[in-house]
Design a protein around this ligand. Structure first.
Ligand code: ATP
Ligand SMILES: Cc1cn([C@H]2C[C@H](O)[C@@H](COP(=O)(O)O)O2)c(=O)[nH]c1=O
Length: 203
C-alpha cells in the first residue's frame, strides 16, 4: 500500500477534528492502515511539550523552538516509521501552523521558521494539506459554543485573521499540496468537499 501523509490545518474552531474521524473511517474502509496523530504532540515527549506550549507564557521564538523540537521527535518516532510501513498518516496540524501562528500571527521572522523546517524535516512535506478556511468571527462563535479557551484561543479576532492570512500565503506558495476547504459551510457540505479532493487524487 502506498504511504500518504495528510495534514489538517486552519484556525482554532475551523472544524478539523470533526472531519478527521470521518476521513479515517472512509480510508480504512478502502483498505488503508491509518495512523491518527496531532501537533503539538504525537509522542510522549511532544505531548509533554504541548502542555507547556498551550499553558505557559513565552515569546514566539520559544514557542517555535518547542514546537519544532516536538515535531522532530514526532517525525522520528511516529510519522516516518508509519510512512515507511506504507501507512496513511492523518495529522491534525503540522508545520504550516508554525508559519501561520508564530509567523503571521505573532510576527516572527519567517526565515528562522524556514531554517527550522529544513533542519527538522530534512525535506519531508505532507502529500496533501486540507486547509479549513473560514472567517475568524465564525470560528470564534463555534469555539465559544463548544469549550473553554486555551492560551491561543484567547487571542482576538485580528490575531486569527492574521493567522488565516498566513495559511493563505502558505497555500499560494504550495498549490499542488494544499486544498482549500470552505469551512464556513455545513458539516455535510464540508465532508463533500473533502470527499471530492480525495476522489480527484484517486484516494
Ligand atoms: N461545518 C460546521 N458547521 C457548524 N459547526 C461546526 C462545523 N464544523 C465543526 N463545527 C463545530 O465547531 C466546533 C469546533 O469544531 P472542531 O473542534 O472540529 O474544530 P477544530 O478545527 O478541530 O478546532 P481546534 O483546532 O481548535 O481543536 C465544534 O463544536 C464542532 O461541532
Ligand atoms: C502545530 C502548532 C500549533 N499551534 C497552535 C494552534 C492551536 O491554537 C494550538 C493547538 O491546539 P489544538 O486544539 O490541538 O488545535 O497550538 C501553533 O501555534 N504552532 C504550531 O506549530
Amino acid at each position: 500500500m502506498k504511504s500518504r501523509f495528510i495534514t489538517f490545518e486552519g484556525i482554532d474552531g475551523a472544524g478539523k477534528s470533526t472531519h478527521i474521524a470521518a476521513l479515517t473511517e472512509r480510508l480504512a474502509q478502502g483498505g488503508a492502515a491509518v495512523v491518527n496523530t496531532r501537533e503539538p504532540g504525537g509522542t510522549v515527549l511532544a505531548e509533554t511539550l504541548r502542555g507547556l506550549f498551550l499553558h505557559s507564557g513565552m515569546d514566539s521564538l520559544t514557542e517555535a523552538l518547542l514546537v519544532f523540537a516536538g515535531r522532530r521527535d514526532h517525525l522520528q518516532r511516529v510519522i516516518e516509521p508509519a510512512l515507511a510501513a506504507g501507512q496513511t498518516v492523518l495529522c491534525d496540524r503540522f508545520t504550516d501552523a508554525s508559519f501561520a501562528y508564530q509567523g503571521a500571527g505573532r510576527g516572527m521572522d519567517l526565515s528562522i521558521l524556514e531554517t527550522l523546517e529544513d533542519w527538522v524535516q530534512e525535506g519531508r512535506q505532507p502529500d496533501l494539506t486540507l486547509w479549513f478556511d473560514l472567517p475568524a468571527l465564525m470560528a470564534a462563535q463555534r469555539r465559544a459554543a463548544a469549550r473553554e479557551a486555551d492560551r491561543f484561543e484567547q487571542q482576538d479576532l485580528e490575531f486569527f485573521e492574521r493567522v488565516r492570512g498566513g495559511y493563505a500565503e502558505r497555500a499560494a506558495a504550495a498549490p499542488q499540496r494544499f486544498a482549500r476547504i470552505d469551512a464556513s459551510l455545513s458539516v455535510p457540505e464540508v465532508a463533500a468537499q473533502i470527499a471530492a479532493v480525495m476522489e480527484a487524487r484517486g484516494w
